[in-house]
Design a protein around this ligand. Structure first.
Ligand SMILES: [Zn+2]
Length: 339
C-alpha cells in the first residue's frame, strides 16, 4: 500500500513540474529557451531552443552541414554564485524542426541531459553553448534539483534466477555488449517523437519503482546490489504492451536476463525498453506509432513472477519513465502563441 501511495505521489509530481522560458535578443535573430524550473534526481534536464529570424542567412548559418549544433551541460551552483562540479556530461543539441514562412525563418533545437538518481539537491545552472552567424554564444538557465525518495528492497532469488543473475557466459556478455552499443548510439536523423510519452499499459499496480536500491539475495547465501532502472507493472502474462512513444524498433529478441525484449529509438540517444515479454509483435527496423501494440507481457528471463518492466534510457543513463509522461520537451509550451 505504501508503495502505491508513493507511486501516485511520484507521478503527480512528474506531471506537475513547471517550465520556464527566457528570450534573448541578438542582432539578427531572437532565441527563446524553454527549460524546467525544477527536476528530481533520475529525471533529465531538457532544453528547447527556438531561433527566429527575418535574416535569410540565418538557417544556413545555424545548420550548415550539420544536424547537431551546440551543447548542454548542467553544473551545480556554489553559494558564492560560481559554478561548481558538473552534474552531467555534455549533451548535443539536435535540430527537430525547421520552417520558413515568407517573413520568418524558424529553427528548433532540442537537447536532454540525464541526471543520476544520486544527484544532490540544490541550485544548478544549465549551460547552453551555440553558434549562429559564425559567432559563439552562451546562455545560462537556472534549474533546481529537488528531493526524491527512493525505495530500498531485498529480493530473494531461487536457484534458477540466481543462475541467470550470475551467468557470465559469452552469450550473455554478447547480449549486454550489443544492447549497450545500441543505447550508446546517437543518430542525428532519429527525430521520431518529441512530445509527452504514454505508459505502455493501463495497469496502475506497480511492483517495483524506478531507482529502487536493490539487494539480490542468492540461493547460495551470497548477494549483490543493483539499481532498478525501470518501472515494474504487476500484470498477468498475456497483457497488451504498447509503444510509449513513436519511433523505430532497434532490438526485438530473446535475452538471457531480460527475456523477450524490445528497444525503441525515439530521439538521438533516447530509447524505451520493454522486458520479460511472452510474445513480440514487432521486428527490428519497423516504425511504430505511440500506443501501437508491440507484444504481450510475460515472465521470461530473470523474473520472480509475471510483470512488465518498462525502462527509458537517455545517453545510456536510465531516466525516470514518469518524468517522460509530462511535456518534457516543452512542445506544448513552445507552441503557445506569444503576446
Ligand atoms: Zn524491472
Amino acid at each position: 500500500m505504501k508503495k502505491i501511495i508513493l507511486s501516485i505521489i511520484f507521478t503527480l509530481f512528474a506531471l506537475s513540474a513547471f517550465s520556464l522560458s527566457k528570450s534573448f535578443d541578438y542582432k539578427n535573430y531572437t532565441l527563446t529557451a524553454y527549460y524546467p524550473e525544477s527536476v528530481q534526481p533520475g529525471d533529465a534536464v531538457f532544453v528547447r531552443l527556438c531561433f527566429e529570424s527575418k535574416n535569410k542567412n540565418f538557417i544556413k548559418s545555424l545548420s550548415t552541414a550539420t544536424k547537431e549544433s551546440g551543447s548542454l551541460e548542467i553544473f551545480r551552483v556554489k553559494e558564492d554564485g560560481n559554478l561548481n562540479e558538473k552534474a552531467t556530461s555534455k549533451s548535443l543539441f539536435y535540430k527537430i524542426e525547421e520552417n520558413k514562412t515568407k517573413k520568418l525563418l524558424r529553427s528548433v533545437l532540442l537537447s536532454g541531459a540525464p541526471l543520476s538518481t544520486y544527484a544532490k539537491t540544490g541550485d544548478y545552472s544549465a549551460e547552453v553553448a551555440f553558434s549562429v552567424f559564425g559567432e559563439e554564444n552562451k546562455i545560462s538557465l537556472p534549474v533546481k534539483i529537488i528531493e526524491k525518495e527512493f525505495v530500498s528492497e531485498t529480493i530473494p532469488l531461487n536457484a534458477s534466477n540466481t543462475a541467470i543473475k550470475t551467468n557470465v557466459s559469452s552469450e550473455r556478455m554478447d547480449q549486454i555488449n550489443r544492447l549497450n552499443k545500441i543505447l550508446d548510439t546517437k543518430n542525428a536523423d532519429a527525430i521520431y517523437f518529441d512530445a509527452a510519452f504514454n505508459p505502455p499499459n493501463p495497469a496502475t499496480r506497480r511492483t517495483s519503482f524506478f531507482g529502487d536500491r536493490r539487494i539480490y539475495a542468492y540461493n547460495n547465501g551470497k548477494s549483490s546490489t543493483s539499481l532498478h532502472y525501470g518501472i515494474d507493472y504487476g500484470v498477468p502474462t498475456g497483457s497488451e504492451v504498447r509503444a510509449c512513444a513513436g519511433g523505430k524498433v532497434v532490438m526485438a529478441e530473446d535475452r538471457i536476463s531480460t527475456g523477450w525484449s524490445i528497444c525503441i529509438e525515439h530521439l538521438p540517444g533516447l530509447y524505451s525498453l520493454y522486458y520479460h515479454m511472452s510474445e513480440l509483435k514487432v521486428k527490428v527496423g519497423q516504425m511504430v506509432k505511440q500506443g501501437e501494440f508491440i507484444g504481450l507481457s510475460g515472465a521470461t528471463g530473470l523474473a520472480t513472477g509475471p510483470h512488465l518492466h518498462w525502462e527509458v534510457r537517455l545517453n545510456m543513463e536510465a531516466v525516470s519513465p514518469d518524468f517522460l509522461l509530462g511535456d518534457f520537451t516543452f512542445k506544448k509550451e513552445a507552441g503557445k502563441k506569444k503576446n
